[in-house]
Design a binder for this molecule. Structure first.
Ligand code: SF4
Ligand code: SF4
Length: 461
């Protein structure tokens, strides 16, 4: 799809219309000159095409594993308001008794030291599973004892269960740890573990030990009430005293249930205000926002455009469509991703359970849909940044997540566009693109709000 994009210079308000093609991922100016880098020829023809999947042509998995996500169970000591796992049906719990059979089943997969291996431990809250986690890690150490280049172990935790013993274990076992925390907006998510003196001291201790080795980040998500990346960054600088505090995630939430919908950008005015803030936070602060992954996304998109990386090589945003990235539980069940369970049915009515690693060649995930098989993604200007949002969402939650993702990514698109052209994009022309998506910052058109859906919170008594 070709988009005619009007850009405006900041200093003299001069305008020019550019053409962006999201299929070839090329950008050209009014004279037809295509923006390219020297690497373009080097990359030509080297982009591996992906195979689009759908419930009818299900996603399959390879034996050759690069990332192994071990789902320990969905239990958590918190119930965060917009957690993607909040209403997922739990599979029957596993325990340390399942470890021996689990390690035996790993023999059905192929791991390669030279290729490298990442092993991620997932909950719920993974530290709830401490009694399983410790012997499981020991069993994996034995399994890969012959490797000089050890697997890279990581986990994402809410941090609330950290104490001196666990901190020491994570450090000794060379974990990469990300702690989910929304900084100034933590109250929207749920309780704040940093309110507790012992936990706060344990978090600081872990930070001091892992941060110098590049093994710690705070992961913050953006939502309707907490979307200033610069403000979040300043909160973490104050907490750590570290101006280069590493912040992960940093995207606007997807909506997996009513809680996620209620915390999403709701009105057109909300979307425009968010886009302006997200653009200015980076543009006006010289990129000083701490979220390295977000800045890397802008740079990655810029490189993709300048080297003309085509849409045919684009996978999904989370990478769980890659054949070598696999999420399994301790029974060897292969599931769509780490955020679901073998007992849960996906929003499209298909099970999240795709098979077992004992018969990896028969695994079929009918729960997921590639962006190419979605109604609007191929005609979307931010396709290369969004990559089709979550591959298993459907219906109204998909619609809300798509809208959040559009606003999130159009601001990053604008930052990249400005870097390449010197013009800030303000208006996109393309058949079928709604006005509130065409008008990037809400400055070019009048917009009439649709009546806002009223959210009635369910209060447990
Ligand atoms: S913003 Fe929506 S339409 Fe665009 S690529 Fe993402 S999910 Fe698809
Ligand atoms: S499929 Fe990907 S984007 Fe969706 S919940 Fe799982 S990891 Fe997240």
């Amino acid at each position: 799809m070709r988009f005619h994009i009007t850009g405006q210079r900041l200093h003299d308000k001069g305008r020019q219309v550019f053409v962006y093609d999201n299929e070839t991922n090329t950008l050209s100016d009014a004279s037809g000159q295509v923006f390219s880098s020297g690497g373009c020829e080097a990359h030509a023809g080297k982009h591996t095409p992906v195979v689009p999947f759908s419930p009818e042509e299900p996603l399959r998995k390879s034996k050759r594993i690069r990332t192994l996500k071990i789902q320990l169970g969905l239990s958590c000591n918190y119930a965060c308001d917009y957690c993607s796992q909040r209403f997922v049906e739990h599979a029957p719990e596993t325990s340390r008794k399942d470890i021996e059979a689990f390690i035996d089943r790993l023999g059905n997969l192929e791991f390669n030291e030279a290729r490298g291996l990442k092993i991620e431990f997932w909950g719920g809250e993974p530290l709830v599973y401490w009694k399983t986690l410790v012997p499981l890690k020991e069993a994996l150490d034995l399994y890969f004892a012959g490797w000089e280049k050890k697997p890279v172990y990581s986990m994402i935790t809410n941090g609330s269960l950290l104490n001196r013993e666990i901190v020491q274990w994570l450090v000794e076992n060379e974990f990469i740890v990300a702690m989910s925390h929304d900084g100034p907006g933590q109250a929207v998510r749920g309780p704040d573990p940093l309110d507790d003196d012992i936990t706060r001291s344990a978090v600081r201790s872990l930070y001091r030990q892992l941060r110098p080795r590049g093994r710690f980040s705070f992961n913050a998500m953006l939502n309707q009430s907490n979307y200033g990346r610069r403000e979040i960054y300043e909160w973490f600088v104050a907490f750590t005293g570290d101006p280069s505090v590493p912040l992960g995630e940093g995207s606007v939430i997807d909506a997996y249930d009513e809680g996620g919908t209620g915390n999403s950008l709701a009105t057109k005015a909300d979307h425009f205000a968010f886009r302006r803030r997200a653009f200015n936070d980076v543009f006006a602060n010289d990129g000083q926002i701490g979220f390295g992954g977000i800045l890397g996304k802008v740079d990655g998109f810029t490189t993709g455009v300048l080297t003309h990386r085509p849409a045919s090589s684009l996978g999904q945003k989370c990478g769980m469509d890659k054949p070598g990235n696999i999420a399994i539980d301790l029974r060897g069940n292969v599931i769509t991703c780490q955020n679901v369970s073998a007992s849960e049915v996906a929003k499209n009515g298909a099970p999240h359970l795709g098979g077992n690693i004992e018969k990896i060649e028969e695994v079929e995930l009918k729960s997921a849909t590639h962006w190419r098989n979605r109604a609007n993604c191929a005609a979307c200007p931010v396709l290369h940044l969004c990559k089709g949002s979550c591959m298993y969402l459907q219906g109204e939650y998909w619609d809300v997540s798509c809208a959040n993702s559009y606003s999130d990514n159009i601001a990053l698109f604008a930052l990249s566009f400005e870097k390449m052209t010197g013009y800030i994009p303000v208006l996109i022309d393309a058949p079928g693109l709604p006005d509130d998506r065409r008008d990037i910052f809400g400055t070019e058109m009048e917009h009439i709000e649709r009546p806002r859906r009223k959210m009635i919170p369910i209060v447990a008594v």
